[in-house]
Ligand binder design. Sequence first.
Ligand code: ATP
Ligand code: MG
Length: 381
Amino acid sequence: MQDLLLVRYGEIFLKGLNRPYFIRALVRKIRYAVRGMGADVHVHDGRIFVRGFSDLDTVIDRVTRVFGVHSVSPAVEMPKEDFDALCDQAIDMTKDLKGTFKVNARRSDKRYPMNSMAINEEVGYRILNANPELKVDVHHPDYLMNIEIRDMAYLYVKVVPAVGGMPVGTNGNATLLLSGGIDSPVAGWMIAKRGVQINAVHFHSYPYTSDRAKEKVLDLARKLSFSCCGIKVHVVPFTEIQMQIHEKCPDEYTTLIMRRYMMRIAERIAEQTESEALITGESIGQVASQTMTALGTTDAVARMPVFRPLIGFDKSEIIAIARKIGTLEISEQPFEDCCTVFTPRHPATHPKLEKILEGESRLDEEELIQRALDGTEVIRV
Ligand code: ATP
Ligand code: MG
């Protein structure tokens, strides 16, 4: 008899030829999640199992946060031949339960001498005899005593829901514009959940923003790194560009011109890192630079698709996810973001592209971008 964790993945993505590729990727990601815990992750009979760990709660906590895992069950694996032993095990697993239950046997080994119905009846009967606090309810039971008869027997009661999504890396790479705020880490997490490997770009305006502000962004990246399986953060020096925009461009357009520069530079980095899209934490109307017209002017400089997974979210909804994924308390630390330092008093909410282009014509775009790229520091977290 052995305690193990049975891992379930979404079935929708598993049709056809991609199945082995998907499962291999998921196993690698689960191994990454439980590294250092002495656990063994392997595939057997089309199922993913984790065994050999000592701390079940930590293993469950880690594995349920792996993108691609839909639920897990702590289970007992035992030989199927001794039916009395199976019953005793089921009795033991239900001995502390109160309320209603149902036995749910599945027999993939059709040579097994009892069929599912017979197993349900006999095990159910013995559980009822052993635990007077339990009643049978076949329609809406509080608990399901699951018994799977495969090459071995697997017994479990508890099903712990997991994060879902797809294994990181099975859907390519994208580049996240990561600020120290609440929104962008959530945006990155949501796209990573769809199986996308995240690469981050942060614009740093030293000395207007402190080293502590940069450290905060790296802390956010470290927090995301568990789910994202490692992130490369590109820290781009942005002070010169911001100063020049501030000096030479019309005040009401400085934020948008700055955002267009961020897009251009992020896209260059995205190209170098084989990303296929950019990700930002914007949502409609949150600030002046996020009106639909304003977003249109930032989109206009990007050739790649720009993903804004938070586009229709309220701040309170974003905060709820940030709290769940553990980035909120880092984002709430009070260090200046480079955007807030040079914020104009009256930013344009219905910007005219001609005005932006006119302002930008006063800047030496290629040289500014090149110098920023040359000064970029890459930190792997
Ligand atoms: P967040 O809380 O994520 O920073 P925000 O509400 O502060 O978002 P803005 O400051 O307008 O919004 O920025 C919009 C988006 O632009 C951010 O979500 C992020 O993707 C990107 N961005 C802003 N500042 C930076 C920065 N310094 N470095 C990298 N990306 C940034
Ligand atoms: Mg911000």
